[in-house]
Ligand binder design. Structure first.
Ligand code: PMP
Length: 356
């Protein structure tokens, strides 16, 4: 292992994925060419795209009417592409506001129709997931952000609603078991749990599409990407390849069920330490704690720099909190080894003994 990489994204990838990808950069599958040098419409790359899409379908256990796409533009592009494809000018979409990323999605949706913010935890700086909200049966869809990367909150239960459910799963996709078929559209920038930056996974039920009357530019219309097998234009071949390798790795870990066990163990030892160590304190409601992004602060913020220096000596990287929360944030994505969390917990124990 190189360092203990707690980065929030882009973030740690499995070593074997990096190793395979580095070999493919020089000679892809014995072709005498780098993966970067082959045409995207060659059988060699078509096999990569097919396997990546099939692995998503298999690992998420998606029903047949879902289409799986790998698109450009990040999750950020999905903030606009979703309402552009689904929301009529005079229609209303419901959103739950759980922080920065939900707000960006809300802002874009307002350009295409009406937005009803059905629930929000803004008044507490997003330290919990709203539980009580009413979604009008007339809403075109309800949008949630299943894991809030900046604040460290995560939906533990999928809300039951009578309208199509849409989720930004950028920071917890395939990190736990979930009935993905409860959703109508799921999207995720892959650079946290599913690969390297440059590609976004979208799983969409086909019957959701083709209902709006507005004209949709060719490259933003999901139907064109479906028709062209995610190759409407040149896909980001290397990012798709890394996603494919990461999904293969995930399957070998036992898929969502297997990785969930490990992710629970990792989060448990860190939250236990936060709860029992007198120097540290968690920042969000216990029942909404994220297993992906663990946010914590110190009652004595003047000790933060000293603690960071100590962790640096242990090769711990990426734990400085987001500027809107402060303190620390340890991201425990799928590829982060359990041992890395143990090293962080040891550093916290050591620091509090030193200060006692
Ligand atoms: N949604 C969530 C929950 C995120 O964490 C992020 C990135 N950190 C985004 C959306 C934006 O993703 P991208 O940079 O791929 O557009």
């Amino acid at each position: 292992m190189k360092v203990h990489n707690f980065n929030a994204g882009p973030s740690v990838l499995p070593n074997e994925v990096l190793y395979k990808a580095s070999k493919a950069l020089i000679d892809f599958e014995g072709s005498g060419m780098s993966i970067l040098e082959i045409g995207h419409r060659t059988p060699l790359f078509q096999a990569v795209m097919d396997e990546a899409r099939n692995l998503v379908r298999e690992l998420m256990q998606l029903e047949d009417d879902f289409e799986v796409l790998f698109l450009h533009g990040g999750a950020t592009q999905q903030f606009l592409q979703i309402p552009m494809n689904l929301l009529e000018n005079d229609g209303t979409a419901s959103y739950i506001d759980t922080g920065v990323w939900s707000n960006k999605a809300i802002k874009e949706a307002k350009q295409f129709g009406f937005v009803d913010v059905a629930g929000s935890s803004k008044e507490s700086n997003y330290t919990y997931i709203p539980k009580q909200f009413n979604v009008s049966p007339k809403s075109t869809y309800l949008h949630i952000t299943t894991n809030n990367t900046i604040y460290g909150t995560q939906w533990q239960q999928i809300p039951q609603v009578d309208v199509p459910l849409i989720a930004d799963m950028s920071s917890d996709i395939l990190s736990r078991q979930m009935d993905f078929n409860k959703f109508s559209l799921i999207y995720a920038g892959v650079q946290k749990n599913m690969g390297a930056a440059g590609v976004t996974m979208v799983a969409v039920r086909k019957n959701l599409l083709g209902k709006v009357t507005r004209k949709i530019p060719t490259i933003l219309d999901y139907r064109n990407h479906i028709e062209n097998g995610s190759m409407l234009n040149t896909p980001p071949v290397f990012s798709v390849y890394i996603s494919m390798l990461t999904l293969r790795w995930l399957k070998a870990q036992g898929g969502a069920a297997g990785i969930e066990k490990l992710n629970e163990k990792k989060a448990a030892i860190l939250y236990d330490e936060i709860d029992q160590n007198p120097l540290f304190r968690g920042t969000v409601a216990k029942e909404d704690r994220s297993r992906m992004n663990v946010c914590f602060i110190m009652d004595k913020p003047e000790l933060e720099d000293e603690f960071l220096k100590l962790t640096k000596k242990e090769d711990i990287v990426g734990i400085k909190g987001h500027r809107s929360v402060g303190g620390f944030r340890a991201s425990l994505y799928n590829a982060l080894p359990y041992e890395s969390v143990e090293v962080l917990v040891e550093a916290m124990k050591h620091f509090s003994h030193k200060k006692a």
